[in-house]
Design a protein around this ligand. Structure first.
Ligand SMILES: NC(=O)c1ccc[n+]([C@@H]2O[C@H](COP(=O)([O-])OP(=O)(O)OC[C@H]3O[C@@H](n4cnc5c(N)ncnc54)[C@H](OP(=O)(O)O)[C@@H]3O)[C@@H](O)[C@H]2O)c1
Length: 350
């Protein structure tokens, strides 16, 4: 890989596309994508793990023609990695720090052409946080866009303790964090959430009081009404489940009046809330014993950390939109195996 005079790389291996279409058809490996010069507030990150969100396939399929015109693009919003170079005005981070974040501040506009599906990527200091030591790089990369969206939506509804909430899509990437933040950070009085039949147990594990199987029950017909309805699926029926004077928030544009609709503004400061507070460790070890990730969770603290007990780092095989067949010798397998080659490195600078 070519390097500049300070022996940091000037080019990177990266997955990219030059035309819109099915990710399994348009993604190709670039052996030497140029890394842009760092702005004063930017960092160069050696990617250890990256995760893909629905916005990545929507972008690849040309869902945002007005705000994201076609350019050769390396996809990927979420990253966890190691800082290899800092801009002249960066204050919070230094070379060698482990960081994570969503590198696109505006969600669907001003998107970077060098994303995180790359060996190196670039991001502004304000979009990043220190990776908590209790999270692996893979766990950390699975979190940023989803938990930041969950939090921004709850804040926009001015959610607070003793309020009830219905989460449509409660087992999804965003929805699971809405449920867990509502429970552990805000102290919701009652949480209902919808998901398919096979995810009902997961809803219970997450702390949902009223799990709803959307294949069998129409939430609009339930007698329960809620202070807040958080819609992650784009269902106008949300308006029928809210109490008078309550609030509906949807993350599916264009939304529906009078629901609040928004596109995430990425902020590293949200992720910094996951830093450990040592004096609460013992209490949380008890809390977390029933959770799948209790071993790592026992080394964490703060109520925010209770909200990441069930991680959502999905294997590539569980992302049907990537077009990954289970066990065939399709070209996509080559893509995936090459991706592993790019990312399977524990070495911070390797
Ligand atoms: N506005 C923003 O800033 C913003 C930010 C992040 C995401 N988003 C958008 O929000 C959506 C969700 O994102 P995500 O990352 O959470 O996606 P995800 O991980 O794929 O989750 C979507 C969930 O929706 C559930 N679902 C599908 N149909 C449903 C229905 N009729 N009722 C209830 N649940 C249903 C699925 O559950 P089952 O598998 O059980 O069916 C799945 O778990 C995507 O469209 C994404 O693009 C917007």
């Amino acid at each position: 890989m070519a390097s500049d005079s300070n022996s940091t790389p000037s080019h990177t291996k990266a997955w990219f596309y030059t035309e819109h279409g099915d990710p399994s058809q348009v993604l190709k490996l670039h052996p030497s994508w140029p890394i842009p010069e760092l702005e004063p507030d930017q960092l160069l990150i050696k990617v250890v793990a990256a995760s893909l969100n629905p916005v990545d396939y929507k972008r690849m399929l040309d869902w945002f023609p007005k705000t994201d015109p076609l350019k050769p693009t390396v996809p990927g919003f979420d990253v966890a990695g190691v800082v290899v170079k800092v801009g002249s005005e960066v204050k919070k981070f230094k070379v060698g720090d482990e960081v994570y974040g969503d590198i696109n501040e505006e969600g669907i506009s001003n998107l970077k052409t060098l994303g995180t599906l790359s060996e190196y990527t670039v991001a502004e200091e304000r979009l990043l946080a220190h990776k908590p030591p209790f999270l692996s790089f893979v766990e950390a990369a699975s979190i940023p866009a989803a938990i930041e969206t969950a939090y921004e939506g709850l804040e926009r509804t001015q959610f607070s303790s003793s309020k009830s909430i219905l989460v449509l899509g409660g087992a999804g990437g965003v929805g699971n964090y809405v449920v867990q933040l509502a429970k552990h950070v805000y102290g919701a009085s009652k949480i209902a959430a919808s998901a398919s039949t096979q995810k009902q147990e997961l809803l219970k594990e997450l702390g949902v009081d009223l799990p709803i199987d959307y294949t069998k029950t129409n939430f609009e017909d339930l007698p329960d009404k809620f202070d807040v309805v958080y819609d992650t699926v784009g269902d106008v029926g949300a308006l029928k489940a809210v109490k008078e004077g309550g609030k509906v928030v949807t993350i599916i544009p264009p939304g529906f009046e009078p629901a609040i609709v928004f596109v995430l503004t990425s902020k590293g400061s949200i992720l910094e809330k996951l830093e450990p507070l040592p004096n609460e460790i013992a209490e949380l070890c008890l809390v977390h014993l029933s959770y799948p990730y209790h071993a790592s969770a026992c080394s964490v603290s703060s109520s925010w950390n209770r909200a990441i007990t069930v991680g959502f780092s999905k294997p590539v095989e569980s992302m049907p939109w990537l077009g990954v067949p289970a066990k065939t010798n399709s070209p996509q397998e080559d893509v995936n195996s090459a991706k592993s080659d790019v990312f399977d490195s524990d070495s911070p600078t390797g």
